[in-house]
Design a protein around this ligand. Sequence first.
Ligand code: NAP
Length: 347
Amino acid sequence: MSNQAENLAALVPAAKAELVVEKRPIPTPGPDEVLVRNHFIGLNPLDWKRQLSGMFISSYPAILGTDSSGIVESVGSNVTKFKPGDRVLGGADGMISQKPENASYQTYTIFRATSTSKLPSNISLEQAATLTTATITSYLMLFHVLGLPKPELKTPPPNATVLIWGGASTVGNLAIQFAKAAGLNVYAIASKKNHEYLRSLGAKLLFDYHSDTVVEDAVAAAEREGKPIAYVADTITSVATLGSVQDILSKSTATVKNVAHTAPWPEDFKKLDGINADMVHGEEVWYKPDMIELGSKVFNEDLPKWLESGVIVPPPYRVVEGGVGKIQDALKVLQAGVSNQKVVVGV
Ligand SMILES: NC(=O)c1ccc[n+]([C@@H]2O[C@H](COP(=O)([O-])OP(=O)(O)OC[C@H]3O[C@@H](n4cnc5c(N)ncnc54)[C@H](OP(=O)(O)O)[C@@H]3O)[C@@H](O)[C@H]2O)c1
């Protein structure tokens, strides 16, 4: 890591182009913002999808990336919850605000204070970079889209099973833990090699999506327990996964049949009667007033406590060292497909 105060950014210079590194000014935070010197950048599938498709990019050059962890450099005039020197993670809103300084693929990033979390001492900066997007997405899937009772309400959980399809994705890792914390009966779908780990996070029963009987096996197990599958968080969201998910809910005797998905419902793909399905929109915490408030509660208040108490543990990860110049290679690793592993880049 360089000690020089310079801001190196990995820019997308033009539509679909590979990232190039350029020096940019170190930005100044606005009144409700925090400037962070990044130490680790967390990569998300959305980043390479934006690079290749141009979605959420209004002009070039553009800077990608939402997640990173580091040290607070300075804070805006209204910010009271953070101070220079704090160890934090953040979620940068550049895909919505279109401000290049609000993106994580650079040395210094501006975050809204409402999307920043102070890190407890048991969490390293490396671990922290894995968390932002996966935390808010999984939280919203369960407690906003699926309408399950939040853990802190301590309400008795419904007599039903929640199924996390794609438990070994980073969103799935967090979803299993939140569902467990809410007292739910949790099943997860993942490759067999990840079952033991996901069981340690709180999944009671696991099923392999490579099995021809995955649908029947999951339904039968839940019916035997007297807790039919009523809620599904499909973290993968393809015609194949949604097809299996709808099959499961059609065979389930549950009266409620709710699905949260992470990508748009595929065009021309039939939504079956009796199934309520909605997409999660993690980015809403940057522009919808009620969601900004919810995001602020999660990031400013809850996440530090969950991490300190071990209610939430960060997903497994691999670190790619070498700074922002290594992000393009690391993105290709992510795009090629990872298994139960977040990719973070050290800067
Ligand atoms: N809408 C939003 O707000 C939002 C926010 C965040 C992410 N997302 C989207 O959510 C998706 C997940 O993101 P992520 O970062 O968590 O992904 P990720 O960690 O890169 O996901 C990799 C995992 O996907 C699993 N997988 C692949 N195909 C599967 C299948 N057919 N069935 C079950 N599991 C399968 C693999 O499991 P095994 O190793 O066990 O095979 C692998 O561990 C991405 O498409 C992302 O763009 C949307």
